[in-house]
Write a protein that binds this ligand. Structure first.
Ligand code: AMP
Ligand code: MG
Length: 354
């Protein structure tokens, strides 16, 4: 299999970092996160980014990383740095062989800062660059709703390996989606999934564990024959995509079911395994540039599960320009067979607004 080592590294790195985010959420909700006045999102972001970059650099020292965070805040704030240090040293996989594969614990506070700062790549169209969102869906994370730890390897600007850690999605790929999914408080029994894909090799899911990797199963999008029966996913935040335009598109497609709103790339994961069907992200602002780390992993997972993803004009997403998708506006994802119909209606709705 191609990119086997990259995939294993990414899966273990995301699994370990996801455990850290869960421990931050738990201590936050129990009120034990008192040492610093930084938000749990900030602390979880720094901790998860440092752990993942340290894992990647251990196995692939030459690779670049585009990460959302850097170490500036931690350099300026000792108590924040100490808090993140305590978290990253506590987040260990309960399997020493798995832990060794991603380099074991971060060695020192300097190594922690160095790892964080290694996320400053400018991106681009050449070579191997990882795109990392340590906590995507920060609002969902705070609510105990959906969030995702997102990591993708881009090769010459093309998302090639993608992993999403979704601690609050049901393990069962067939569990139906309903509108409660985005609001559900806390990860309970039967929750926590790692999704992954390698270009040309298909997409999979497996339960998120605490040790080594659990067994994976193939996932694929649902074969939608009657599009009016489709379930469509969108952001919770009205500031991230146009709920109004999305409602018009759904209505023109004959969809009567309410949308399923959830934060983060859990939307890509949910349609990839056929729990939902469409993901609509119509722009609210003309100037906003989507970030590559908000999409790279989800896109390759949906593509490998039998889907097509473009921007709202039907243009392929260009991950090779830099840290943002500046040549694209919005995102539309759907099973290949119905994609032409969906994008036609998206264009109609956008056209009517001109
Ligand atoms: P979601 O959870 O799908 O709503 O997406 C969360 C991501 O939306 C965050 O990681 C932000 O990077 C991104 N974001 C922030 N502002 C905007 C905006 N105006 N339009 C689209 N995405 C945004
Ligand atoms: Mg994000």
């Amino acid at each position: 299999m191609a990119y086997e080592k990259e995939l294993e590294t990414a899966l273990l790195a995301v699994q370990r970092a996801t455990l850290l985010t869960k421990s931050v959420f738990t201590s936050h909700s129990k009120g034990t996160l008192t040492k610093s006045d930084a938000s749990p999102v900030t602390i979880g972001d720094f901790g998860a980014q440092a752990l993942i970059i340290a894992s990647i650099k251990h196995v692939f020292p030459e690779d670049e990383v585009v990460g959302e965070e850097d170490a500036d805040d931690l350099r300026a704030n000792d108590s924040l740095r100490d808090l993140v240090w305590d978290l990253v040293t506590a987040a260990k996989l309960e399997d020493s062989a798995a832990e060794d594969k991603i380099g074991g614990p971060i060695k020192s506070k300097d190594a922690l800062l160095e790892a964080l700062d290694s996320g400053r790549s400018a991106g681009g169209r050449k070579g191997r660059i990882w795109a990392l969102d340590p906590i995507d869906g920060t609002k969902g994370f705070l609510r105990g709703g959906q969030y995702a730890v997102c990591l993708a390897l881009m090769v010459d600007g093309v998302p090639t390996v993608g992993v999403l850690g979704c601690p609050n999605l049901p393990v069962d790929d067939k569990a139906p989606l309903d509108s409660s999914i985005g609001a559900d408080a806390d990860s309970g029994e039967g929750k926590g999934v790692l999704f992954s894909a390698v270009k040309g090799e298909g997409a999979s899911s497996r339960p998120l564990g605490k040790a080594g990797l659990q067994e994976a199963q193939k996932i694929s999008m649902k074969a939608v024959t009657d599009i009016s029966e489709a379930t469509f996913c969108e952001s919770v935040e009205a500031g991230h995509s146009s709920h109004g335009d999305q409602a018009s598109i759904a209505s023109k497609l004959g969809i009567t079911k309410a949308s399923v709103r959830m934060d983060s790339q859990a939307k890509y994961a949910s349609i990839a395994r056929g729990a939902g069907d469409l993901y609509l992200r119509l722009p609210v602002s003309k100037s906003y540039e989507e970030k590559i780390w908000d999409h790279a992993a989800g896109v390759v997972i949906v593509q490998e599960a039998g889907g097509e993803v473009t921007d709202a004009h039907g243009k392929p997403l260009d991950f090779g320009i830099g840290r943002t998708l500046k040549e694209n506006k919005g995102v539309v994802a759907a099973p290949k067979a119905v994609f032409p119909k969906v994008i036609e209606v998206v264009k109609e709705v956008l056209g009517a607004k001109q």
